[in-house]
Design a protein around this ligand. Structure first.
Ligand code: ZN
Length: 835
């Protein structure tokens, strides 16, 4: 690896010089067009100014505007990066000074060298790159489609940057290259635009559409930035972390209507310990600049240091921290889509969050509360425009600092000396027997630019599993933990295994993905758990059920090792003799042993767990139909299905649905009591009803199953587990657990746990939470409440059965380790339910 690298360093210098002279040539000879008069404004193209009340541009209007701007302005060039899930074009507009736009290839090459200091090891090389480079800033709008204003704002921002002649704009254009993404979720822009237009002028104007605004993930489209399940995430991750390496990524969001008007970092605690303190400070510096600009412009209600934290991985603005870049988030208060709303003082006074007592009280991090009143899309857009300019202005003014810091973080990651008992690599040993999962794991790592090597000969490695070890008595409610490498042993590791070294620029990403998370015990003054912003733990090999021991020593010297750098997922698939990936088709073979007719309940109250379930079924080519409220109400389910799945959703929501008057009538009402009876009849006639997490409650209570949720009504001071990986003990004699390891990590997210309420034999326990060392990654408060309780049960009823998954077997399309349980349930289902 090292010798190959040193060859490419020399070559890259030559190439970058060549690119530089080509660019200078282009600069001298390109015709000078003064086109400012001909540059179309958004209004001249759309017929309204973006942000006007009750106007909305859909995706074809947005892409059309950017195409026209590209044609008219030599400061803007638009590229299509790929396609969305529903095949809309994903676009980016490059905006910079004319001479920079003409030399984009040169600047991309500089970025790639800065991102990997092994390509430019000498200080003089670094200084030349810093002197010649531009800060690359990405701004991404409306990944959450109902947070719609930024997508509209993107057109106005591009237009103003392309036409404004003042000194600040010139400085921005000269020193930065802006990658403006009008939306990383184009499908959702159209879902919202179509719905908004349809409901405009009706009682439902400004309400959210009754479907997920991403085909599979809905709001979780911003939880996928390390797993790369979605097309959009794959395309933009490649663009960012294989090609352009933006030093600053600004992700523009909206929050609820009744709190602060605008949140901007610094963030709240806890910070993820793998994020460099330099980055946390730089995030804070940019945030304070934006906050000060907003206050200076007279905007009130600006909040910093509250609610949002940097703990979790997998967001648009959190992934950059693990690529040595700065991630900025803003959250403007929402209107009702593009319709103004009114917020009164009582609503503001009731709005409270960690870091803000309420939205009427001033404090150092919230010095000027907004006084209540009318709130318009225009207010949101103006604040977002000021924030975007603030971010760009910082990038322009401190150009050299951002480039140097970015390089130095990568260099430190490559050179960091080992501390005692710290891993130098993680190993993915061959022969684990789950080749599709193994391939997906490596594909996920390589997809985000992590270097993975295949062993082409055996190596003698000292390695052991990295686990959580409790550092206080198990009887104490608050567990404190440290990570240890458990009983490391030296042994020969077979060729065909894969290894991920930590001495690479993405060191912190590797640690954040492979090591167990230890979320700090954070309690309120009343002793209740303080809710994290998102999940507490996500360790990838645990979620995927793969062994990935930490390596502490390698006997063979670097010169004696035979390793191949993995280029892409198909290279791994070829090694494992799996079908190659081609285009959009999933190459994975249906893992279910018999043809089984599966229905997945799809509510009009959009449900991300349902979307992820469809995603997993589509990925594994398992056929299913979506079942709507009307289908369940109608009954006769046993003639159409062998298995019905209720994904995680509260029983009252499944039965009641959207309340009358909150949406057009066809989207209101749930399955109703009649539907509950039809589900019971389906099971009695031999059907299999599968429930995930919260939905188990419906079957347990409505069908009087002899189990109860032992966590029902328990206060968070006694038990709390907000998105963590826990150990299960599995009964392999049950067919659901056939060929599944006896101890299996499972995803628990404020989930239930069960105990039997009678000794009748109708319920068979398939998996229980472990009796000791339950927590594998994340945060678990009150472990004793959970030890040994039921996690997965098979409850017989009439001629059929109800399968209770207390956890999330398909969590966010990430928990591949527990998917075999689900496929086994389908394989075990009776296929003769039809009368
Ligand atoms: Zn959002």
């Amino acid at each position: 690896m090292t010798s190959l690298r040193s060859v490419t360093v020399g070559l890259a210098v030559v190439l970058s010089l060549a690119a530089f002279s080509a660019a200078s040539f282009a600069q001298r000879t390109a015709p000078r067009v003064d086109a400012s008069a001909a540059i179309p404004s958004p209004k001249s193209v759309l017929g309204f100014t973006p942000g006007d009340d009750r106007t909305i541009a859909d995706w074809s209007q947005i892409t059309n505007y950017f195409t026209r701007l590209d044609r008219a302005s030599d400061l803007v060039t638009v590229q299509t990066l790929g396609q969305s899930t529903l095949k809309r074009p994903l676009i980016v507009a490059f905006i910079s000074a004319r001479e920079n736009i003409l030399a984009l290839e040169k600047y991309k090459d500089i970025q790639q060298q800065l991102a990997d200091p092994r390509r430019a090891t000498q200080r003089v090389q670094r200084d030349r790159l810093v002197a010649n480079g531009k800060v690359v800033v990405a701004i991404s709008c409306s990944i959450h489609s109902t947070e719609i204003v930024a997508s509209q704002m993107s057109m106005q921002l591009a237009y103003e940057l392309a036409t404004t002649q003042d000194a600040e704009t010139r400085e921005i254009l000269q020193n930065t290259i802006l990658l403006l993404i009008p939306s990383p979720n184009p499908d959702g822009i159209d879902i919202v635009a179509n719905w908004y237009r349809k409901t405009l002028g009706t009682p439902f104007e400004g309400r959210e559409p009754p479907e997920l605004y991403h085909h599979y993930a809905g709001h979780d489209d911003n939880r996928d930035w390390f797993m790369l399940n979605l097309k959009e995430t794959q395309v933009i991750t490649r663009f960012f972390w294989h090609e352009w390496f933006p030093q600053i990524v600004y992700d523009v969001h909206q929050q609820g209507s009744n709190g602060s008007r605008f949140f901007i970092p610094p963030f709240y605690d806890p910070a993820n310990p793998n994020i460099s303190p330099v980055l946390l400070r730089q995030v804070g510096l940019i945030g304070h600049k934006v906050a000060a600009d907003l206050q200076a412009a007279g905007y009130r209600g600006v909040l910093t240091n509250a609610l949002y934290d940097t703990w979790w991985h997998g967001g648009f603005r959190t992934a950059p921290y693990f690529h040595n870049s700065i991630g900025i988030l803003s959250e403007a208060a929402s209107a009702r889509l593009m319709t103004p709303t009114t917020v009164n003082r009582e609503q503001l006074a009731r709005s409270t969050t960690r870091g803000m007592r309420n939205a009427t009280e001033s404090s150092t991090n919230f010095p000027d509360p907004w006084p209540a009143g009318m709130w318009r899309p225009r207010d949101i857009m103006n604040m977002e425009m000021i924030a975007a300019r603030g971010v760009l202005s910082m990038a322009a003014k401190f150009r050299g600092d951002y480039l140097r810091n970015f390089y130095e973080l990568g260099k430190k990651a490559v050179e960091l000396p080992l501390e005692l008992n710290e891993p130098l690599a993680y190993l993915l040993p061959a022969g684990q027997g789950r080749d599709e999962t193994f391939a997906k794991m490596i594909e996920t790592l390589v997809g985000q630019g992590i270097e993975v090597h295949r062993l082409d000969q055996e190596l003698h490695l000292t390695h052991g599993p990295q686990i959580l070890q409790r550092t206080n008595a198990p009887t104490e409610k608050l567990g404190t933990y440290r990570t240890v490498i458990d009983k490391p042993m030296t042994m020969e590791v077979p060729l065909g295994s894969y290894i991920v070294f930590l001495n690479q620029p993405q060191r912190s990403n590797i640690l954040a993905l492979f090591a167990p998370q230890i979320y700090p015990n954070r309690l309120t003054a009343q002793g209740e758990a303080e809710r994290p912003y998102d999940v507490a733990g996500w360790t990838l090999p645990l979620q995927m059920g793969l062994e990935a021991p930490a390596v502490t020593a390698i006997k063979e010297k670097p010169s004696e090792r035979k390793l191949t750098l993995v280029k892409n997922g198909n290279q791994v698939r070829a090694d494992l003799a799996l079908a190659p990936r081609r285009g959009d088709e999933s190459p994975i073979k249906n893992p279910v042993r018999q043809p089984v007719r599966v229905g997945i309940y799809r509510p009009w109250m959009s449900n991300m767990d349902e979307g992820w379930t469809r995603f997993v079924f589509d990925t594994f080519n398992v056929p299913y139909s979506s079942v709507r409220d009307a289908d369940v109400r109608q009954g006769g389910l046993q003639s159409k299905f062998d298995v019905l799945i209720l994904t995680s959703q509260a029983s009252a929501q499944i039965i009641g649905g959207n309340a009358a008057g909150t949406a057009p009538a066809e989207f209101t009402g749930g399955i109703t009591d009649a539907g509950v009876n039809n589900l019971k009849e389906f099971v009695n006639q031999g059907g299999t009803l599968v429930c995930f997490d919260n939905a188990c409650d419906l079957a347990i209570k409505q069908f009087n199953l002899p189990v109860k949720n032992v966590l029902d009504g328990v206060r968070s001071s006694e038990f709390y587990c907000p998105g963590s990986i826990l150990a299960l003990d599995v009964d392999n004699k049950h067919p659901f657990a056939a060929s599944v390891p006896a101890t299996l990590p499972a995803y628990f997210i404020n989930s239930p746990a069960y105990a039997l309420t009678s000794t009748d034999a109708s319920v068979r326990v398939v998996a229980r939470y472990a009796k000791e060392n339950v927590l594998r990654s994340g945060w678990l408060l009150g472990e004793d409440k959970l030890k040994g309780q039921i996690a997965l049960a098979d409850a017989g009823l009439g001629k059929g059965r109800v399968v209770l998954f207390g956890f999330r077997p398909q969590h966010r399309g990430q928990a591949w380790g527990t998917l075999p349980l689900l496929w086994n349930v389908l394989s075990s289902a009776s296929t003769n339910t039809s009368e």
